[in-house]
Design a protein around this ligand. Sequence first.
Ligand code: GTP
Ligand code: MG
Length: 466
Amino acid sequence: MTNRDNSLNQEISSYEKEDIVAAATNISYGAPIAILRMSGEGSHEKLLKTLKKDTKTTANVLKRARFLDLTTRDLIDDAMVVFFHAPSSYTGEDSAELHLHGSPFVARKALTNLQRAGFRLAEPGEFTKRAYLNEKLDLIESEGISNLITASSEQEWLSAKYLLEGKLQGKIKELHNNLLEVMAFLEAQIDFPEEEDTIAISRSILKEKAKKVFETIQSLITSYENGKITSEGLKVGLIGPPNAGKSSLMNALLEKDRAIVTDTPGTTRDYLEERCLLKGRLISLVDTAGLRETEDIIEKKGVLKAKEIAQNVDLILFLFPLDQDESTFKYFEESIKELKKTSHLTLFTKSDLTEKSFFQKKEGLFISAKTKENLDLLQDKIIEKIDYHTNAFKNSVSITSTRHLSLLEEASNKLETFLLHFETPHYEEILAFELREINDTLSRIIGSIHTEDLLEEIFSRFCIGK
Ligand SMILES: Nc1nc2c(ncn2[C@@H]2O[C@H](COP(=O)(O)OP(=O)(O)OP(=O)(O)O)[C@@H](O)[C@H]2O)c(=O)[nH]1
Ligand SMILES: [Mg+2]
């Protein structure tokens, strides 16, 4: 829970207080039930107008309810209803759910009936936005819920759950409080200047405190790699000369013929990205155009793109085919020099062919997309890397989102300036001002300070009904 002050409540517009309704389940034929969700101060009263008199409104208990046409009082559905009372509800407002028999026709009819009773249709993410505005969730938890809804793999679920667990919020609040302490001291200095000696001692303690905060922010920033790999999967780039067997390897790992394979060098000209599960772990494979000097304009662009991709992946697989000679290998080695800074594995492909003797001395894994030799071992090596990042993610407080990353980078830059200014005498007011700015930046991560644009960006990613 955030410690947002009451001023936030005054920002809630009348539109944000209207009574809203939306389908909370996918309305389709074949779904046994359809759930409509309602929220708002007047939601109970409006819903009750559509139910047979004497329907019970006991909190949190699913009750049978005859759902009637508002004007004709004809039965629309023999439904179930549950009422939630503010503040003990998802949104923090009075809210309710209506469980109908699943036909899309009935659900649409019911929605129209509820609109006539005074509800308006909810916007995407509006229920969760209200939960945030009513301080039932902070922004990080809201983002966690958004990720949880779209999770399609163990890793995505893990990182969403992690945001909901609140470890990151706890860490940010701790940093925030440490800076508050430093700020309180500086402000006291401004108001009650004390003896020089005591000041000197306390100042060095305070500088240490601010430095620790800086270091923690740095470690959160570096944790982004673990967080990103855990939540989005490991991005693996296949790089090699033309005809190295990159597309063949891509297809073998995907277990389907996704990329075109031919014996003409320069077959793949654009890049091709595909997500898949490798022994249950999410990865994203990127096949690229073979690296070589070429006059062909399209291929040339492909080669440039390949190099650009190689700089943005988490792991590069360098592929070199055993049926080519030493000079081609040397040219290739030269062209990938820069790329070797990224984590990589060297693969000698087409191991089913007779190899040129000079390769025997080279380090790398010998594989064949044709006979599948060592493909299992290659998969294990990739998985080892994923698990390394996932374990690091699980074992320490990490970040997963670019929003959190850019705010932490902003805070870190400001804190660096603050630490530089720290020794300057009579600078207390500026220092206190700088600290306040840093704390505001940290608050924006949790959402204790927000802008409408930010909320719009976060909550519009949700589906309607959440
Ligand atoms: N013998 C053998 N041939 C292979 C193997 N892998 C690929 N090939 C052949 O090598 C040729 C090139 O394969 P591709 O997968 O298209 O190679 P690429 O690296 O994607 O080539 P470009 O897209 O042109 O850069 C094709 O004729 C494949 O059948 C292998 O493990 N063994
Ligand atoms: Mg190819």
